[in-house]
Design a protein around this ligand. Structure first.
Ligand code: NAP
Length: 345
């Protein structure tokens, strides 16, 4: 039997990826779609300016988009995937959690709150039990679970492999991020064609904090963040999808590029429907990964890595992930699958 699920903010860039990911899902069935009041009342086909490279699933296209309000989402839809602008999520997600819904959210609000699980199922699934702390503190029947920012999720799996193998003292990362990461109204063609923008508001801080929370230790009550420095520099470039990142890691113990490649390749995946078979794919070719060639590896759910080299203090590498699949829609669907597996639905 499938579980009915809803998508709040269903008409946007991430919302459309959620529709594409959830329509054929073996365990979930799309039962509610919400957006802003300007879309409410329209069919999904009318409300969503569909820009995904596969057709709108027919049964979803005919559904009516509703207001983003717990009063109008059916009570028998226990799980909602949220892709709202963070200011809207900050206001609306607690109302849904208070009304008893489980919210698996992409929005950046609350990600570093001490009682909000920030999870990547392959990396820190045990953090999901922060839900109990959240419910206790906030008095909610529902809960809010977050996936990280798309640039953070690209580098964290390889960092987790390095942390386990030799420990991390410091991370320096520079990103080359696709335009879809800013949403449809994010950057205009006049701004980005023949150009690069060396600043993405708030993005550096997200990478610097979220990575340390994800790699932290959960003792049943709180998460102790990884004791390492993370410094990020974020750039927007004129690719459509796929964030590429150049990462330099100062390791605690001495290591070699060969040992790090071995740690990447051995890093386990997880047994959930949307998880990739191999989490980290390593290229020998120093010219890979590339956004256009490699962003769709394993349905866009794998992390591609290349250019692993020794540095004076550790290693450097390049990594790539599809920002609206692995970095957003796929990440929150994986968290939904984790919630189901752990008995929260
Ligand atoms: P987007 O394309 O701008 O879509 C925003 C969605 O929220 C639309 O469905 C919109 O509905 C709805 N919305 C806007 N204002 C609303 C309101 N006041 N009340 C109810 N619904 C409202 O944004 P996006 O790129 O999909 O990003 C969504 C969230 O995911 C953001 O928090 C973003 O930071 C995060 N995220 C994005 C990415 C990425 O790669 N794009 C990656 C990770 C995380 P209408 O169509 O009716 O306006």
């Amino acid at each position: 039997m499938t579980t009915p699920v809803g998508i709040v903010g269903a008409t946007g860039a991430v919302g459309q990826r959620l529709v594409q990911t959830l329509a054929p899902h073996p365990d979930f069935e799309i039962a509610a779609l919400t957006a802003s009041s300007s879309s409410a009342g329209q069919s999904y086909r009318e409300a969503a300016k569909w820009r995904i490279d596969s057709p709108i699933p027919d049964h979803v296209a005919a559904m009516t988009v509703s207001e983003t309000d717990p009063a109008v989402v059916p009570d028998d839809v226990p799980l909602l995937f949220s892709s709202l602008p963070s200011g809207v999520g900050e206001r609306v997600e607690p109302a849904f959690a208070e009304a008893g819904y489980l919210v698996s959210s992409n929005s950046s609000n609350f990600r570093t709150d001490p009682d909000v699980p920030l999870t990547i199922p392959e990396i820190n699934p045990e953090h999901i039990d922060l839900i109990e702390v959240q419910r206790e503190e906030r008095g909610w029947d529902g809960a809010i679970v977050k996936n990280p920012n798309c640039s953070t999720i690209t580098m964290v799996p390889p960092l987790a492999a390095i942390e386990e193998a030799v420990g991390i003292d410091r991370v320096d990362v520079s990103t080359l991020q696709a335009v879809s990461g800013a949403g449809y109204d994010g950057v205009t063609s006049m701004e980005i064609i023949d150009n690069a923008i060396p600043h993405i508001g708030g993005e550096e801080e997200k990478m610097e904090t979220e990575a340390r929370k994800l790699l932290g230790t959960f003792d049943g009550n709180s998460v102790e963040w990884l004791d390492a420095t993370v410094a990020a520099s974020c750039n927007r470039i004129p690719t459509l999808d796929g964030h590429l990142e150049n990462v330099f890691v100062d390791t605690r113990a001495d290591t070699t590029p060969e040992a790090i490649v071995e740690a990447f390749e051995a890093y386990p995946t997880v047994d959930l429907p949307s998880a990739p078979e191999q989490l980290i794919h390593v290229f020998d070719d120093p010219g890979r990964p590339q956004p256009r060639l490699d962003r769709n590896t394993e349905d866009g759910m794998a992390i591609s890595v290349g250019g692993v080299q020794a540095t004076a203090e550790g290693v450097q590498f390049n990594c790539l992930a599809h920002n609206t699949r692995r970095g957003a829609a796929g990440a929150s669907v994986l968290n939904g699958e984790l919630l189901a597996r752990e008995g929260y639905l």
